[in-house]
Design a protein around this ligand. Structure first.
Ligand code: ADP
Ligand code: MG
Length: 280
């Protein structure tokens, strides 16, 4: 055994068995008084995901309330992207249950379509269609999937561009925009499908530092508007200000969760402390 593995074993041992703690194991819990009485919007129970013989998610249980803002933290490779990709079936989970807004994720194509129509996603790399204008990017989904008339889709797109602060960019192409502007278009594009849930996978990690705030500001406004959001990010200012709950992943497992205050003042697990000491 290498020293590294031995060290990992010692840390794992110190952290105790993964399922011993009811909170870490995802028992229903309200992390913010404003969410008391809200319904569960996302329920995951004992979710496993394997890539070949590598386990990317290990018994992840997490319940998220309507209008809750959850920030997911964790080292690279800890399963953060895999987890949120399972929530709209960009990845298929291998075991456990996923229920989105009361719809069970299973082989039923209709259920999957219903879930997809409720869940918007924003990626690190924007993933805009390069051959379409900003307006074209935003109107494509509403027209193709929702069969919205073109003029209506364009009016909606303009409203959303106002909301994300770049109505003057409507006729440009993605390559003519800054990273921050492209990411704001990506958010507008996701919102055009009128989702109930927005998933963000490191939305500011590919941005130059001076553009991070303009994207975080849009996300904060969205959070305040009552969207249910899961945000994978290392932006601790955002986590502290906006999140109802922080969740820490390591090695595919949900290791610890709590309020921002808990994480910043009194994290419990050694692995959480180590991670926070590295990023703060
Ligand atoms: N499609 C895939 N095929 C094989 N391994 C994958 C695939 N996607 C992710 N993984 C592995 O699963 C682990 C978790 O990945 P990921 O969820 O992307 O981590 P994070 O987002 O926390 O950095 C990593 O070790 C990664 O290499
Ligand atoms: Mg990732």
């Amino acid at each position: 055994m290498t020293d590294e593995l031995a060290a990992a074993d010692i840390i794992a041992e110190a952290a105790g068995p993964k399922t011993a703690d009811p909170v870490a194991n995802g028992e229903p819990e309200v992390f913010s008084p404003r969410l008391a009485g809200s319904k569960d919007m996302i329920v995951t129970e004992h979710v496993d995901k394997w890539f070949g013989d590598f386990q990317a998610l290990d018994d992840v249980s997490l319940r998220i309330k309507e209008e809750e803002i959850v920030v997911i933290l964790g080292p690279s490779g800890s399963g953060k992207s895999t987890y949120i990709r399972c929530l709209n079936r960009l990845e298929e989970h291998d075991a456990g249950r996923i229920v989105i807004d009361g719809i069970e994720m299973n082989e039923d194509v209709r259920a999957l379509q219903a879930i997809r129509s409720e869940v918007g996603m924003v990626f690190q790399q924007f993933n805009l269609f390069p051959h379409l204008s900003v307006l074209g990017n935003i109107t494509l989904g509403p027209q193709k999937v929702r069969h919205m008339p073109k003029l209506e889709a364009e009016a909606l797109a303009m409203q959303l561009l106002e909301r994300v602060g770049i109505p003057e960019q409507a006729d440009k192409y993605p390559s003519q925009l800054s990273g921050g502007q492209q990411q704001r278009v990506a958010i507008a594009r996701a919102l055009a499908m009128q989702p109930k849930i927005m998933l963000f996978d490191e939305p500011t990690s590919a941005l130059d530092p001076e553009m991070i705030k303009e994207v975080l500001d849009v996300m904060q406004e969205l959070a305040e508007s009552g969207m249910t959001m899961i945000v994978v990010t290392h932006e601790m200012g955002f986590a502290r200000e906006v999140a109802d709950r922080l969740v820490f992943f390591d090695e595919g497992a949900l290791v610890e969760q709590g309020t921002p205050e808990h994480f910043f003042t009194n994290p419990r697990e050694e692995r959480t402390k180590l991670f926070l000491s590295q990023i703060l």
